[in-house]
Structure formats: C-alpha cells, structure tokens
Write a new protein. Structure first.
Length: 510
C-alpha cells in the first residue's frame, strides 16, 4: 500500500519510492512564498528608510550618479585647471578693487561631489557666513578637484602661482583624511587603494537577478560583497585601512617632505594661510588617530593648523545615523550641517587672527536684488532678464533631470543668498501646467530644511502663486519646478520659461 500521494513512484529493490510527494511540494511552495514575502517586506522597509534618507538605496545610488554627471558638466574646475567656476558662479581671476579675496584649496569637498546646490559647498557657505557677520568687502573663491591630495595642491600652486588661482590675499587649506596620499616620481601611489588602484569587483549577476525585483536589497548586499572583497586584498587596502596606512612609513615620511615644501612656497609667496580639518561626521575615535600625526607635521613646518574635531563633537555629539552628516544617503561628502559648521569655525579663526584682512563691518549693500547663481540640470541655461526675472530652458523629456527627494523629474534653481518671496510667476508658450516647491533655510542655523513646501499644481501658460502666508517663504534658498509642456515641443526656444518673483526688502542673511 502506498503511504502518500506523489507525482510519480518508482520501484527499487521491491520497494515503492515516491517521486515529488505532494506534501513536499506543498511545503516547498510555502517556503518559497515565505522567502518572497520576506524579500518583499525587507525591500519595502528599505524603501521607507531610503525615502527618509537613512539608508543607501538603489534609487539614491542612481540619483547620486546623475548628480555626478550633471556636476561634471556644470563645474569647470579640472585637475589641470582647478580654479572653481560655473555658468552662474564665475569669479574673475583678478579680484575687484577694494575687495579682499580668500582662496579655499582642497579636493572633492571643494569641487562639490554630490551637491545639487553649489552654495552648499563649504567655501560658498564661508562667504555667506562672512557676509552675515557684516564683512561685505570679502569674497571667497576656490580651487579643488576630487582626489587632489596636498601633493597635488602644492603642484597647482607651483605651476600657476597665486595669480593663476585668483591672486588671493589669504589661503585656506581644507584638510581631509585622504590628503596625505603621496605618489612617487613615476606617478604611482606609495599606498594602493582598493576601488581606485584595484577594481573592487563586478556584481552584474546580482544586479540582473535580485536587482530586478528588489533593487534596495541588492544594493545592500552589493555593499557587503564589496567589503568582503576588500578584506581579502593584501597590498591594496580598503578606504579606511588605506587612510591609516598613509600615516605609516614610507608614506608619512614622504608626506612630511611635501608639507615642508608647501611651507617654503607659502613663505616665499608672502601671503598668510591656515589649515582647517574637515571631519564629515562627529567621530572622535575615527578622526583623532587620523589628525594627530599630520597636526604635528603641519605645526612643525610653521603652518597654522586648526583641528575642528573637538568643536564638532561638542556641538554635535556622536550617535544617531551617520548618514545624516552626508550630502545625500548615497554620498558621504559633508552635508549642510557640516559645511555650515566649517564656515562658522573658519570665520571665527579669520576674525581672531586676520581681522585686518576682513576689514570693517558694514550694513548690507543698498539695492541688493535676488540672484539665481546655480541650477540643475546645467542645460537649463538660466539667465537674468530683469530685476527679479529670469529666462530658462526647461529640459526635454529625454534629458537627464533630478528626481529625488520629490520622486518626480524636476528642475532646481538656487539663490546666491536666501531671500523672502511674496509672489512667484511662471510663464511659457508651451506651458500646460506646473507645480513649484520651496526649500528654505532655518533662521537659527542657516541650514536648508530637508522638507520642501509645495505650492500646489496649476494649469495654463501664465501661472502665479502668492507665497506671503507660506511657511518658509521669508527665506527661500532653492526652488524646485515640475513643469508639463505641450507634447512634441522641440528645441530650447520652444521649451523656454520665464520666471519672476516679487519680494520685500532683501534683508535675509543665512
């Protein structure tokens, strides 16, 4: 007698053996359903955390890649010519008469890796902070590029001299923990980094399988697989270990020579300078071991070295989500909490040690007007056509645009300084409708609030929103526009929009 139901039976040595018993199939199906349900729950939870900016999700990875491509098109600074400029922020190499000029030198923290709004970069925040304190005759310019070590920054100074970097009156070096990276005479790094000098691996199979149904979960697994691959390398180090190896011989000895050469150059240039550390999260254990060796090197050379770590930890105690300090969940470069902190502390140093360069304080210049000085995507080609009025080209359907955190394709316009907006108008011959979102700065901290305020969707070719009763409209930092254009519109001229704003006296300071 057969003791169960099965798909088939076979007889072996006089015994009937079931093939795929129905009960086994049932349990297998239940197990598969449980796995699918578990994956779905994990994916849903990761999506929720990603929307809150608390985890590195696949959508944020893609958004960060989009931001990187747009910044590469927008920012004109390069490894060969690091003087920072863009279509909206384009300082002359020769400073204006009667102005003092501060040059901030660095790497990706200066270039702006991951930033949607260039005014969030710390050297731009420094100028805002100096203006807030009343130093209107000081301008801040920058030179930087991703991965540029102290050695590379010295090469920039030696190649073009100070005139090639804007003829500054004072230099500020933003020290980041990868700055001791030294290359030999052939250009090879003394210490190799995994991911830069050795690819971390290819996870296309993961992306083609799990990544198609659960991209957030696949993204988390990819990070762990990369970490595992890094742990197995012998002469090439994962980023954290690589930073520590830079502080050991032979690299640290070579770095000491680089800093000494930098000190000699600055002495010969006859311009004051200072070095400030830029910790991108309040982690005392992480940064102290990385800052202490180089602090001794800089100070022994006679350079003014200021470690901001203790103040950072004092103001922002360790704990919470590390990702809150980054510019976005997929990019660990410092967000506005950090960049505002760097700006405030550097301004304190300048007031204490270089008050003569800052000059006297004064009220804001009369007749200040709103100025849009940055936008994404860069192809929007924003240009001023009048006081409080601009023309721009809305991107075509196939053009790359930002999507997060709104979850829809949109254009970002950033103001040089926050300002009050009473009324906002948008017009265009091909405009069918639009929705506008405002992001404002916190009056106490000067940091842009994460939450945007939607003004509602309107239809038509000429739209107007009254914002006098809108929360945050008294200090607007950025505008996000989602526009619907007539289908089939081609060419920048056909996609042209006109933006105008009305505002009260522009007395808002970051």
């Amino acid at each position: 007698m057969r003791y169960c139901n099965a798909l088939a039976w076979i007889r072996y040595r006089g015994t009937d053996i079931p093939v795929l018993p129905w009960v086994a199939i049932k349990y297998f199906v239940v197990a598969v359903c449980c796995v699918i349900a578990l994956v779905a729950i994990v994916e849903w939870r990761l999506a929720v955390l990603a929307a809150q900016g608390r985890v590195t999700s696949d959508p944020w990875q893609r958004e960060d890649a989009r931001i990187g491509r747009m910044n590469a098109a927008k920012v004109k600074a390069s490894l060969e010519n690091p003087f920072w400029r863009s279509a909206g922020i384009s300082p002359a190499l020769t400073k204006a008469s009667g102005k003092s000029r501060i040059l901030v030198i660095g790497d990706s923290f200066v270039w702006g890796d991951g930033y949607v709004n260039a005014n969030d970069i710390w050297w731009r925040q420094l100028e805002r902070e100096l203006h807030r304190r009343g130093y209107w005759d000081v301008e801040v310019v920058a030179a930087g590029f991703g991965g540029a070590s102290t050695q590379k920054q010295l090469e920039w100074l030696q190649a073009g001299g100070l005139p090639g970097l804007g003829s500054p009156d004072l230099l500020v070096f933003g020290y980041v923990t990868n700055d001791p990276d030294v290359r030999d005479a052939t250009g090879r790094p003394l210490i190799k980094q995994l991911g830069r000098d050795l690819p971390p691996g290819d996870w296309q199979v993961l992306d083609r399988t799990l990544g198609r149904v659960a991209p957030n979960l696949a993204g988390q697994l990819r990070q762990r697989l990369v970490a595992k691959a890094q742990a197995g390398s012998r002469d090439t180090y994962s980023y954290g270990d690589w930073e520590l190896k830079l502080l050991e011989p032979p690299n640290i000895d070579a770095y000491r020579e680089v800093v000494a050469e930098l000190g000699s150059f600055l002495d010969g240039a006859g311009k004051p300078s200072l070095v400030v550390t830029l910790p991108n999260h309040p982690g005392p254990d992480h940064f102290r071991v990385r800052h202490a060796p180089v602090a001794e090197i800089f100070r022994s050379t006679g350079l003014s070295f200021h470690d901001l770590l203790d103040d950072f930890v004092r103001e922002y105690p360790p704990g919470g989500e590390v990702l809150q300090w980054g510019i976005n969940p997929a990019n660990g470069h410092p967000g506005t909490v950090s960049t505002r902190f760097y700006a405030r502390k550097t301004a304190d140093i300048l007031e204490r040690d270089h008050s003569d360069l800052l000059g006297p304080k004064s009220p804001p210049p009369a007749g200040r007007r709103p100025r849009i000085n940055d936008w994404m995507p860069p192809g929007a080609n924003v240009h001023e056509v009048g006081d409080g009025a601009w023309d721009l080209s809305y991107p075509a359907p196939g053009d790359e645009m930002l999507e997060l955190p709104l979850g829809k394709r949109h254009l970002v316009l950033a103001f040089e300084e926050p300002l009050p907006i009473d009324r906002l108008r948008l017009r265009g011959d091909a405009l069918g409708g639009a929705e506008v979102f405002l992001a404002s700065t916190d009056p106490a901290t000067g940091i842009e609030r994460k939450e945007t305020v939607g003004l509602g969707y309107q239809t038509g070719q000429a739209l107007a929103w009254d914002t006098r009763e809108v929360a945050g409209a008294d200090r607007v930092n950025t505008i996000r526009i989602v526009a619907d254009l007539t289908p089939g519109v081609r060419g920048a001229e056909g996609r042209k929009l006109g933006l105008s704003i009305e505002s009260g006296p522009n007395e808002v300071l970051p």
